[in-house]
Design a protein around this ligand. Structure first.
Ligand SMILES: Nc1ncnc2c1ncn2[C@@H]1O[C@H](COP(=O)(O)OP(=O)(O)O)[C@@H](O)[C@H]1O
Ligand SMILES: [Mg+2]
Length: 362
């Protein structure tokens, strides 16, 4: 990977191990920035919420990331990202990609950082993001549906803010799109959650010693009266129609997939209320490991795994369960010290100091 002006990294070329890469350094040196670049280039999205200007090194006009990827099918693509204040250009072998789906079809990336450990207690938005990212990775066509939904939701919001009775026909058009895309989103989410949930239950049993069982369910106002998947689109349409008057008053769309949530249970008790911090972390960990399991099963791909500063946050048993999610693929682990490094051959260790990254030869 070559970086130029990406956050605090001025100009660097890095040769990574196909297996384990360890980035060590004090806080604020550029470890997360480095693996963020990998994530952005290969998945089209940064794990950190970020506006475009933040990627560009202060005082510069633009930045770039170039990844030369070695792939099993020997196509060895080169992925390029250039970011300027005008926007972002993402290429595969020098041709501009049309949508994020092109990247998601080609690569699978799983990012795991300290924030992810708060999945159970965090806001519904965080759980929706987790689900959206997981499904986009597993079933790349989902990302297109999701962006069409988001775009329509924004347009509907603009219409509601400047409401006049003559807006009614356009609202009908938006509602039709929302019902179609929103119900598709919900179907994907239910299906994926079922798959992730059952894999995560197995993983959780291993972490907790088999005494407890977790389950997860999808929470949606739309589904309150649903008997089967065929009806979801109709229910969606009805829910939008039923909420129309209150949406016009509230100037926003009050029902739909963007308001949904997921709930975790340990045995039958809601984990958000009853689970200890340790149990909640184990659930989060189980869901992430389940995702890597599922990527292998569904996409027949080995995900690139980015573990950002999570090792130091976890005890022995939970570290072992992280180690079990690493199998054969390329892994990046950041941390301040070598307190935990999974054993493996073909390891490269890098030292990160104020944006300078140098390989350590031990
Ligand atoms: N656009 C930018 N230009 C210059 N420096 C940046 C930019 N964005 C972030 N940084 C710097 O990057 C550093 C944080 O890097 P990070 O990778 O998060 O650290 P860590 O090694 O702790 O993971 C901070 O010092 C921050 O000021
Ligand atoms: Mg960091």
């Amino acid at each position: 990977m070559s970086l130029d002006g990406f956050r605090n990294i001025s100009r660097t070329r890095l040769e990574f191990s196909p297996h384990l890469n360890i980035l060590l350094g004090d806080n604020g040196q550029g470890k997360t920035n480095t693996i963020e670049a990998v994530c952005l280039a290969l998945s089209g999205k940064s794990p950190r919420d970020s506006s475009i200007e933040n990627f560009i090194m202060q005082g510069r006009e633009r930045c770039s990331i170039v990844c030369d990827v070695k792939s099993d099918d020997l196509t060895d693509p080169t992925v390029g990202v250039t970011i300027s204040r005008e926007g972002r250009k993402h290429t595969i072998n020098d041709s501009r990609i049309r949508s994020r789906q092109n990247l998601l079809d080609m690569f699978s990336v799983v990012f795991f950082g300290p924030d992810d450990l708060r999945l159970v207690k965090d806001s519904p938005q965080v759980r929706r993001d987790f689900l959206n990212e997981s499904i986009s990775c597993l079933y790349p066509a989902y990302s297109g549906v999701l962006s069409e939904y988001a775009r329509t939701l924004r347009q509907r919001g603009v219409l509601l803010r400047d409401w006049s009775p003559s807006s009614e026909p356009l609202l009908e058009v938006y509602d039709d799109t929302l019902a179609k895309t929103g119900s598709t989103i919900i179907k994907y989410r239910i299906k994926t959650l079922r798959q992730l949930g059952s894999m995560a239950a197995g993983r959780y049993e291993a972490i907790s010693g088999g005494s407890e069982r977790i389950s997860v369910s999808y929470i949606s106002d739309i589904l309150k009266s649903a008997a089967g998947a065929d009806e979801i689109e109709d229910l969606y349409r009805n829910a939008l129609a039923g909420a129309r008057r209150s949406d016009i008053c509230a100037k926003t769309t009050t029902v739909g997939a963007h308001r949904d949530d997921i709930s975790f249970f340990i045995d039958a008790a809601p984990a958000r209320k009853f689970a200890s911090q340790g149990q909640q972390r184990s659930i989060a960990l189980s869901m992430k490991t389940a995702l890597t399991d599922l990527i292998r099963e569904v996409k027949h791909q080995e995900p690139v795994i980015l573990l950002d500063d999570v090792m130091s946050e976890l005890d022995r048993g939970r570290r072992d369960s992280i180690a079990s999610m690493l199998s054969g693929g390329q892994v990046f682990i950041t941390g301040t010290g070598l307190d935990f490094v999974p054993s493996g051959t073909d390891t490269r260790t890098f030292r990160v100091r104020s944006g300078n990254i140098t390989e350590e030869t031990v």
